[in-house]
Design a protein around this ligand. Sequence first.
Ligand SMILES: NC(=O)c1ccc[n+]([C@@H]2O[C@H](COP(=O)([O-])OP(=O)(O)OC[C@H]3O[C@@H](n4cnc5c(N)ncnc54)[C@H](O)[C@@H]3O)[C@@H](O)[C@H]2O)c1
Ligand SMILES: N[C@H](CO)Cc1c[nH]c[nH+]1
Ligand SMILES: [Zn+2]
Length: 433
Amino acid sequence: MLKIKRIKDGRKNVDQVKELLDSRSGDNLAKYRDVAADVLKKVKAEGDQAVLDYTSRFDGVEFDASELEVTEAEIKAALKEVDTDFIEALKNAAVNIEEFHAEQKDKSWQKQKKPGIITGQVCRPLKKAGVYVPGGRAAYPSSVLMTVIPAKVAGVEEIIMLTPPDKEGKVSPVILAAAEIAGADRIFKVGGAQAVAAAAYGTETIPGVDIIVGPGNIYVSMAKELVFGQVKIDMIAGPSEIMIMAEKDSNPAYIAADLMSQAEHDPLASSILVTDAPELIGEVERELEKQIEKMSKKDIIKESLENFGLMIEVENQKAAMEMINLVAPEHLELAVKNPFELLPAVENAGSIFLGEYTPEPIGDYYAGPNHVLPTNSTARFFSPLSVRDFVKYSGFIHYSKEALKEASGDVICLAEGEGLDAHANSVRIRKEN
Ligand SMILES: NC(=O)c1ccc[n+]([C@@H]2O[C@H](COP(=O)([O-])OP(=O)(O)OC[C@H]3O[C@@H](n4cnc5c(N)ncnc54)[C@H](O)[C@@H]3O)[C@@H](O)[C@H]2O)c1
Ligand SMILES: N[C@H](CO)Cc1c[nH]c[nH+]1
Ligand SMILES: [Zn+2]
């Protein structure tokens, strides 16, 4: 019998919702953050040797440094092993993902504001990107496409993929096939916080990068948070989340299936239903009991649902929207008849799935928008992974002698107002000579 926490009147008992959110964030993550911090420190100081030690400890594989990089021969062998239908499906997904991300491409621009004044912005791709592809509890070829394709569209020079080895010291053939399709340049068999550390600081074998992107478990997420500033990071894309808003006529079998789809990622994943139809909750619970037994990852699903699942009753759709914007879920399904009517009220969500025939996995694999998404309520301020993450911008300015003369009064006034005489002098000297 599954025991999922139920909140009777969401609006009145909002503290109980906040309690669940807190249990997956902030100080409650200290024990994972501490592990990640130790790993970062050791890899920074000892390079390859620390990476190899952690790979032995956490992944159970004994390597020497020369075995960390995936070889051409391994890629060729993998391609032969993968089913042609799977390759075809990957290629079809890659087309959709590429098409979607091509729309995000930014251009450099300049404009003449008035005679003698030109301002603009140069947009350049980052040189080296490290993409993390999870591989602990499941292999994620879809995450290869979702991370490498936007980097390619942005024009990144070198894409370095990091992914954990399996117990035999291999990378899953499906991951290698996806890397080949998407165009990763180098692949290293290293996972967890040690992968993030290696990419952030560089080791004798693994090159340091300018940005680290991609999803991962709590150790990966904490490590990314800690190396921010040493390198750029995309966001915190940790254990998966889904929130479903449903109404009286929503299909409980679909809702149960979708809640489980994210719960199966990780015992730390979180699945939430919010509805103004209390009777639906019982129906979804019965469906969960029925469907869970058929799932290969039922133990993970159960642990996730019991620890981080929620069924929230609210009085109306407005209150449901308040809950959604408070939770700021990674994935939001609006499993209602008129989802587009509700869309403008959604302020905080990583990716939004509209209508009963748009299950979350269509976005995980196929539709085109990125599946690397902010978790832990960080959809309040983070966005999905995009081409923009892989570029940087420089502003530029040109003033003619006459244009500077015209602006000099204001600039000198502002500089003197800040008490910065040397700044004022830099402008005055040109005005007077
Ligand atoms: N938010 C997103 O966009 C998104 C997308 C896809 C997947 N995900 C999430 O990615 C995660 C994938 O997790 P995973 O575990 O399957 O693979 P993973 O590759 O993220 O993590 C596996 C690595 O974690 C390290 N590790 C495991 N236990 C450890 C311990 N006790 N101490 C220190 N390090 C340890 C190991 O080095 C191992 O290689 C899931 O949480 C899933 O929900 C998130
Ligand atoms: N749902 C995950 C993001 O939280 C992405 C994914 C990849 N494969 C299956 N699911
Ligand atoms: Zn998923």
